[in-house]
Design a protein around this ligand. Structure first.
Ligand code: FES
Length: 203
């Protein structure tokens, strides 16, 4: 590629970045984390950015397969999970046990997430972690097996407050206190490695 072509490409990338971020100048950066590691404070957006609900940028290269990190956006805990094929294969096959397998309750996700994976890209689950019953944070339990509350747990999220259960797409099981699926926030991908929470858009 010639230097002119490179300059043109860099200019196009910068233009897309500006478009996604829009008028919001206080963009917070967040990043690395693992299951059971709640937050990495050094990469969190500033208090002012959080107060105004600024978009939050996440470096996806830091989220290893089958791990989840948690960041704050508009005062809410948002989980970003890198679902390998192993986890994606656990999402199908139990629709009859779910209250809303097809994401018919439209307030619970952007239109782009109305699919069984409830995501723009199947491998990336971006989820408001607050239980839709009374707001507790469910435990992340992706491994299937026999648990105290479920002899045949398919893997998913379990809310310890009142025992609501969600699958690995955040879809709620029948017969629990939570009335709806977990919320999918608006988000977009700046590029293959960069997620922006708070700006809804295409991949
Ligand atoms: S807050 Fe999760 S089940 Fe009640």
């Amino acid at each position: 590629m010639s230097s002119d072509d490179k300059n043109h490409q860099q200019g196009a990338d910068m233009g897309r970045r500006r478009m996604l971020i829009g008028a919001t100048s206080a963009l917070g950066a967040v990043g690395v984390g693992f299951v059971a590691v709640p937050f990495l404070k050094s990469w969190m957006p500033s208090a002012r950015a959080k107060a105004v609900g600024a978009p939050v940028e996440v470096d996806l290269r830091t989220v290893k397969p089958d791990q989840i990190i948690k960041v704050m956006w508009r005062g809410q805990t948002i989980g970003i999970m890198n679902r390998s094929k192993k986890l994606l294969d656990r999402i199908g096959g139990h629709d009859e046990q779910l209250s809303d397998p097809g994401s018919a309750v439209i307030d619970q996700q952007p239109e782009f997430a109305v699919n069984e994976f409830r995501s723009m890209k199947p491998e990336w689950l971006v989820l408001n972690m607050h239980c839709t019953h009374l707001g507790c944070i469910p435990q992340v339990l992706p491994e299937p097996g026999a648990y105290a509350w479920e002899a045949d747990w398919p893997g998913g999220f379990f809310c310890p407050c009142h025992k609501s259960k969600f699958d690995l797409s955040g879809r709620v099981f029948k017969g629990v206190p939570a009335p709806t699926n977990l919320i999918i926030p608006p988000y977009s991908f700046l590029d293959n490695n960069t997620l922006i929470i708070g700006v809804s858009g295409a991949a």
